[in-house]
Design a protein around this ligand. Structure first.
Ligand SMILES: CC1(C)c2ccccc2-c2ccc(C[C@@H](CC(=O)O)C(=O)C(=O)O)cc21
Ligand SMILES: [Zn+2]
Length: 337
């Protein structure tokens, strides 16, 4: 398993077209996410409309372009990192605070703590059939000094300018993501604005408008897999999830230096492109700004937030999540048709 992060001369345009030809096709259609230079006025129009866009030449994480396995091993420090392991290439997110309510939930993804050196060893010695690893660690003050210096040199003036221009809230975290090639984060949405900066290797994003909620059937809010789609994209169950047929989305390949604006509530599935080496990314999660005033008709994002609040209220009021399905079905079936 190559641990070298892809930094080939092929990362020109032809790398993207080579990769485009290799990608797994799904049952739904997609159209490309616009890929624009950060000074292109269309970037602002798309960001104001909370639509995804791949922004080039921002130099957002230029100071981290040398973050490959060896550099990170010797400079990230000896602290334990958060790593997920799985026998499959899919890494389903889960909220461990909700696990106690689901004692017999079979988790394919296991949370392991290990040093970065141990992580790179496992990646280097990986053989077919072995566990697959995905490091996901919030950048914090435990990292070595040289990483701190690289972090300080991120293009914060550009990031802060965007944060102010679009009235986003506080930056909550920067996650360092180091994935073995071929790892997949299945379709889910997050409740924060996201600048996703690619440092090494290539990632394929499948993106779906928040209004596609009705095609993607997320788990209940009280479930550990809250915000994740229940649909297996490789083998969709059309009986349980009939609207999945109506799904369509956008697609983007991000390579070193690209920054994807991933708007709050937009669904995304992320694949580390197979056979193009380990991937290194850093995301920038921002709280969404506080809505000045409610404008009608409500945006799909606001309806998702409303549905989440209804599920949370019913679950806490009835105080037993096993009774929630019956109550909601009683309230809707045969009445709201
Ligand atoms: C799958 C994984 C490792 C994980 C396991 C358990 C708990 C949380 C998470 C988690 C959170 C974020 C990402 C990064 C990214 C997806 C990607 O790049 O793969 C993404 O979705 C985003 O930036 O919003 C990845 C993960
Ligand atoms: Zn996400």
């Amino acid at each position: 398993m190559a641990t070298s992060v892809e930094r080939s001369p092929e990362s020109g345009e032809d790398a993207y077209s080579t990769i485009r030809g290799e990608l797994k096709q799904y049952s739904f259609q997609t159209e490309p996410v616009p890929r624009l230079h950060h000074l292109d006025p269309r970037v602002e129009a798309l960001m104001r409309a909370e639509k995804p866009v791949v922004i080039t030449d921002t130099n957002l994480v230029k100071s981290a372009f040398h973050w490959d396995a060896d550099y990170l091993s010797s400079n990230i420090g000896s602290a334990k990192q958060t790593v997920y392991s799985s026998y499959k290439n899919k890494f389903l997110y889960y909220d461990d605070k909700k696990l106690p309510q689901f004692p017999d939930l079979q988790l394919a993804t296991k949370h392991e703590e290990m040093t970065f050196k141990e992580f790179t060893e496992k990646v280097k010695n990986h053989k077919k059939g072995d566990k697959i690893y995905y490091l996901q660690q919030a950048l914090n003050d435990s990292v070595g000094k040289s990483l701190v210096l690289d972090f300080i040199k991120f293009n914060w003036s550009w990031a802060t300018e965007q944060q102010k221009k679009y009235k986003w809230g506080a930056l909550t975290s920067n996650l360092l993501l180091v994935g073995m090639d071929g790892v997949i984060t299945p379709a889910h949405y997050d409740e924060q604005q996201n600048f996703f900066a690619q440092i090494g290797g290539f990632k394929r994003f499948l993106l779906f408008d928040p209004s596609m909620f009705e095609c993607l059937y997320p788990y209940p809010v009280y479930h550990p897999h809250d915000r994740q789609s229940q649909v297996d994209f490789d083998n969709p169950d059309h009986e349980r999830f009939p609207n999945f047929r109506n799904l369509y989305g956008q697609e983007a390949i991000v390579g070193p230096g690209d920054v994807l604006y991933l708007p709050i509530y937009w669904w995304h599935q992320v694949e580390s492109v197979p056979n193009h080496g380990m991937t290194v990314s850093v995301n920038f999660w921002y709280k969404s700004g506080t809505e000045e005033k409610i404008v009608y008709p409500l945006k799909p994002q606001q309806k998702v937030a409303m549905m989440r609040n209804i599920e949370k209220m019913v679950t806490s009021a009835i105080n037993n999540h096993e009774e929630v399905p019956h109550l909601l079905k009683t309230m809707v079936l045969g009445r709201y048709t």
